[in-house]
Ligand binder design. Structure first.
Ligand SMILES: [Zn+2]
Length: 154
């Protein structure tokens, strides 16, 4: 058990407008490598924001600031025991060639509500993009800039 230190925002790195189900994500992450998965014990994210703005819980979470072993998800190697991960569906252009902020108006609204609720409950816990922890494009937008634009100063 460890103190929660950050909320990490991710994208599924899938083409703009293409729906992804929680079963898809679970298969990508937890299927054995021999079957094309990553072979992880647990899916990478606590919550998933669908194209229509629906927030789906993937892994149980008791909503406090301690990360219990059963709450750990595998979104960012080296940081998982002290992180919570949330993902939006999208993050690539239609041709699946280039990282792009593809958040729909509904996803933007849902993500804003999500981070504002989180920030209100845990004002001292940093909200970051995956690309601030690793050399990746994920989540395909500048999280710090976006947070400022919605009035979150951390
Ligand atoms: Zn990521």
């Amino acid at each position: 058990m460890a103190k929660l230190k950050r909320l990490v925002l991710h994208c599924t790195a899938t083409p703009e407008g293409r729906a992804v189900s929680s079963d898809d994500i679970r298969a990508w992450h937890t299927n054995p490598v021999s079957k094309g998965g990553r072979g992880w014990r647990q899916v990478g994210y606590t919550d998933m924001i669908h194209l229509d703005g629906t927030v789906e819980r993937l892994v149980e979470n008791n909503e406090n600031d301690i990360v219990d072993p059963w709450e750990i998800t595998n979104g960012a190697a080296g940081y998982n025991s002290t992180s919570r991960h949330v993902v939006y569906v999208g993050g690539m252009d239609k041709q699946n060639k280039k990282a792009m902020d593809t958040r729909t108006p509904e996803q933007l609204e849902a993500m804003e509500a999500y981070v504002k609720d989180f920030h209100q409950r845990f004002p001292d816990i940093r909200i970051v993009g995956h690309n601030e922890l690793a050399a990746k494009a994920c989540p395909s937008f500048d999280v710090q800039k976006w947070l400022k634009s919605i009035g979150i100063n951390q």
